[in-house]
Every structure is written in C-alpha cells, then in structure tokens.
Design a protein around this ligand. Structure first.
Ligand code: GLN
Length: 316
C-alpha cells in the first residue's frame, strides 16, 4: 500500500494533499447508523489535520466540517477521572487490559475485581465517567466542558440531536451500566452518568480541533496554541498507554504493529494519533470498517506513519 509513497523528511501540506488524493476515491466502509442521527453524515467528508507543538495546524479537506467526538471522548474523561480519584482507585474500578472484543461488547467483568477491562470500550468508559466528581449533573457536565475546552482551545458544544438520538436508542449501553450497577462498579447516579456519557460522545469538533486535542497530549497536557493545561502531566502517560494498547478496539494489536502510535477512534469516523513530544494527528472520514474504525482514517495513518517514520519503535 505504501510502496509508491516516497519517504518524507517532514510532514508538510504536500504530503497531506498526496494522502488525501490517494484515499479520497476509496469507497469501502459504512457510516454508523445504530445511533440514528449519525446515519445522516456525509460519507464523502474527508479531512486530515496535523498540529505541531508550536501550535500550528495544517490540514486538507473539509477541515471545518463539524462531527461528534463519540469514543474519542473516552480518552479525555479517563484523564479527568484519574485527576479526580488517582491511579489506585481508577485501577480498582476499570482495568487496563486490551479486550480483543468489539467496543460495545457485553462485558466480561474481571472475575475477582468485577472491573470492566479498560476505559476505551463502552463499559469501561461508562464506569470512568461515573467517577468524575461534581455535586450535580450540571457541575459534572460543566467540568467536562471546561476540560474539553482546554484540550481543543475553544468552547465545544453538545449536538442535542445526536445526544437525544443516542439517549433514546442506547439500550445496549444502558444494559452495560445496569450490569455494572449490579456488581457495584457504578453508583446510584446511573441515569445521570449515562446522560453525561452520551453528552461527552455528542460533543462537536472539527478536524482541526481534534488535531489540537491530540497535540495537547503530545505536548504533555498543555494546549500548544493557548498554553492552557488540560491535564496534569503525570497522567498523560496513563492516557497514552491505554490508547496504545486499547484505543482501536479489536484492531489495537494490528494498529500497534502497523502504525505504532497511541490512538483513538470513534464511530462518527474520527481518529486521533499522537506522536509524543512532536505531533497530534487527526483524520475524519465517516465510513467505518467492521470493527468501527474509519476506513480512510486507518489508511491515512498507516501511510503517514510509514512515510514520515513515525512508528514509535522504528529506529531504522
Ligand atoms: N457513543 C458511542 C457508543 O457508546 C461511542 C462508540 C464509539 O465511538 N465507538 O456506542
């Protein structure tokens, strides 16, 4: 696949344009429709953005097309829960083991601890959101909005149609939450937590926001454009570790092998990948493969990693 793309010394607009041209014609994959509102997304929308640690964002395609974060939000709420509760409490409630199962799988709760496997699959993400502190639902939502604002460098808003659409059809997530309630892995604020989870998933971003959110993680928690801290630096490594091992669901192993970067995908077609200390990468293209990862997004990231030698273990 990558054979005829020349090795690039650095990532520039030319390289991004080549990648965009190369994969725009790809017609595989299907737009997610289990959340009815997502089915309205344009399958041809396609953008690639890269943010550097001096705060510059370069990009190609529909860079200001808004879409919802979906599972990409799980990374950032995991960071909030870590800050609120610390590593030990988090580990007692949510594991850090890759599942090899689809993102929405009906969980195996760890036999002894009853924990969901990791915070990047739905069960673990719901348990994680449950741990976010705040007196009322509004306090908790406002804290989420402030944190996500710090990552993106601007205010983000919930898409109410997507939120309502998932809230009224998300029976599977509701079932996961109730199962975890049975095992006392989430508290009584079950409906409130599910609403918060659906709201974090329905936050609207464009591809440029996403690249800056990724670059904030690459920059050890400080937004490279605004200088605002989004997460304590001591927890950045926790986020990057679970992204590396669990971020791409049941493709996480192959992704680590082929692309070699911590990453996270979402069912609206976004993918972020982080080159620690260097770059934040974001791709948006709604058609998904059977595992729920953006088809064009995977191809672009693999090509980019190969062309610019971004694989973390590539020392050739
Ligand atoms: N909100 C979606 C869900 O819970 C997120 C899933 C995803 O992006 N993989 O099903």
């Amino acid at each position: 696949m990558t054979d005829f793309l020349p090795a690039a010394k650095s990532i520039d607009l030319d390289l991004l344009t080549q990648l965009h041209d190369r994969h725009q014609t790809c017609r595989s994959g299907t737009v997610a429709s289990y959340i009815p509102e997502l089915a309205k997304m344009n399958p041809d929308a396609f953008s690639i953005c890269v943010a550097t640690l001096d705060g510059n964002v370069m990009g190609v395609g529909d860079q200001s097309q808004l879409f919802t974060l979906q599972s990409i939000s799980k990374v950032f709420t995991y960071g909030m829960a870590l800050e609120d509760r610390g590593r030990e409490v988090l580990l007692s409630k949510v594991g850090v083991e890759p599942t090899g199962d689809p993102f929405n799988s009906i969980i195996r709760l760890d036999e002894n601890s009853k924990r969901p496997d990791n915070p990047m699959v739905n069960a673990g993400a719901i348990a994680t959101t449950n741990l976010i502190q705040g007196k009322t639902a509004t306090d908790r939502l406002n804290r989420i909005l402030t944190t996500f604002k710090n990552y993106a460098g601007r205010d983000l808003y919930v898409d109410s149609s997507v939120f309502t659409s998932e809230r009224t059809t998300g029976h599977r997530n509701r079932a996961l939450a109730h199962l975890m309630r049975h095992f006392e892995m989430v508290d009584d604020r079950l409906d409130e937590t599910l609403d918060l989870y659906f709201q974090q998933c329905a936050l609207l971003v464009d591809c440029r926001d996403l690249a800056l959110m990724a670059a904030t993680l690459a920059n050890n928690g400080i937004n490279p454009r605004t200088g605002d801290r989004a997460i304590e630096s001591e927890y950045v490594r926790d986020l990057l570790s679970v992204m590396y091992t669990c971020g791409m669901y049941n493709f996480a192993g192959e992704w680590a092998y082929r692309v070699g970067l911590p990453a996270k995908s979402g069912v609206s077609g976004g993918i972020i990948a982080i080159v620690p200390g260097k770059l934040g990468i974001a791709v948006f293209s709604p058609p998904l493969d059977a595992r729920g990862n953006s088809v064009r997004g995977l191809k672009v990231c693999e090509d980019l990693s190969t062309a610019a030698k971004l694989h973390l273990f590539d020392r050739s």
